[in-house]
Design a protein around this ligand. Structure first.
Ligand SMILES: Cc1cc2nc3c(=O)[nH]c(=O)nc-3n(C[C@H](O)[C@H](O)[C@H](O)COP(=O)(O)OP(=O)(O)OC[C@H]3O[C@@H](n4cnc5c(N)ncnc54)[C@H](O)[C@@H]3O)c2cc1C
Length: 313
């Protein structure tokens, strides 16, 4: 059995990395388990301009690197490319079983596993994933230089990613099921002013069509009683919301109907010693600033729990 960890953090996005900084800086034995590269969902976005203190904004990957380096500087340790597969309670603490074949005992756990993009679930989507269908403009945008693409969605992420795609694509359709966008007004204004972006409102994608193994178009149904429409294009980027990444604790902690982890004001779940922070929680605002704030709170409360001596591992 490995040494007992004070604060085991599952997920190294903004919530987990901030928790790691606060835990390690307080001299707790703090370990982050991250199944990919640390940084989380911000790695997939080009520009973050609403994190306080960065008026010019900063590249998402760079913010991830800085948060990772900051936590490491104060002594947080990382098990990178290690997925936590199971968490069970033992002796007032927890045992984490991971895909490296190891078990790690921990006095407290902070779950910061974030969320995963929601899919349209229409014909053609699975077939053309990676062949024109994408959920990451930063990763795949450059493949569409001079091409025509569609972004599906009307929230902040969709409109920001549509703006990013105009750096490469000749034309970007922004397709939304409602008759107006949901995004923050200042972001909407930028999209409306961009001549490469064309809004296609009150339309739902019902099929992604293909030709010779790649996306060739999207078939749209009107929500306003008009006829179906087939829009020829080369790529489809989906930003229609997210699902919680909470399977790991389902059956262990209380979840909302949609699967978000319920937490109290100290970021504690229904299981004492098991905290949650960031996008995986039932907090409505899913942003870097809220993830970081909850990560700090969860680490602070986890330290108090460690000091209470409840865990006898
Ligand atoms: C395209 C896009 C644009 C965005 N733009 C903005 C913006 O401009 N401003 C803003 O504030 N927010 C933005 N966001 C939202 C922001 O990225 C999230 O709110 C934030 O990343 C949430 O942080 P988190 O740490 O809770 O989760 P995440 O960042 O999702 O991190 C979760 C981490 O947990 C890891 N993980 C999951 N399960 C396991 C497991 N079992 N074992 C080990 N590791 C695991 C994942 O690999 C991931 O790295 C954007 C999001 C997207 C997708």
């Amino acid at each position: 059995m490995n040494e007992v960890i004070d604060i085991a953090i599952v997920g190294g996005g903004p919530a987990g990395l901030t928790a790691a900084l606060y835990g390690a800086r307080a001299r707790a034995n703090t370990v982050v388990f991250e199944s990919q590269l640390p940084g989380g969902a911000i790695i997939t976005t080009d520009w973050i301009e609403n994190y306080p203190g960065m008026p010019e904004g900063l590249n998402g990957s760079r913010i991830g690197e800085l948060m990772h380096a900051h936590a490491e500087k104060f002594g947080a340790r990382f098990h990178t490319f290690v997925r936590v597969e199971r968490i069970r309670e033992e002796s007032g603490g927890f045992i984490l079983s991971c895909d490296d074949g190891e078990e790690y005992p921990a006095r407290t756990v902070i779950l910061s596993t974030g969320s995963i993009p929601r899919k349209l679930g229409v014909p053609g989507e699975a077939e053309f994933t990676g062949r024109g269908v994408s959920w990451c403009a930063t990763c795949d945008g450059a493949l569409f230089r001079g091409k025509t693409v569609a972004v599906i969605g009307g929230g902040d992420a969709a409109v920001e990613e549509a703006l990013f795609l105009t750096k490469f694509a000749e034309k970007v359709y922004l397709i939304h099921r409602r008759d107006e966008l949901r995004a923050t007004k200042c972001i909407q204004e930028r999209a409306i002013a961009n001549e490469k972006i064309e809004l296609v409102l009150s339309r739902i994608p019902i099929e992604i069509t293909g030709h010779e193994g790649r996306v060739s178009g999207v078939r749209l149904q009107s929500t306003a009683g008009e006829a179906d429409q087939l829009l020829p294009l080369d790529g489809v980027f989906e930003f229609i919301g997210v699902h919680p990444n909470s399977e790991l604790v389902s059956g262990l902690v209380d979840l909302s109907g949609a699967g978000w982890v319920k937490i109290d004001s100290s970021c504690m779940t229904s299981v004492p010693g098991l905290f949650a922070a960031g996008d995986v929680t039932d907090t409505p605002l899913k942003q870097v600033v809220t993830a970081a704030g909850q990560g700090a709170t969860a680490a602070f409360e986890a330290l108090r729990h460690v000091d209470s001596g409840v865990c006898t591992l």
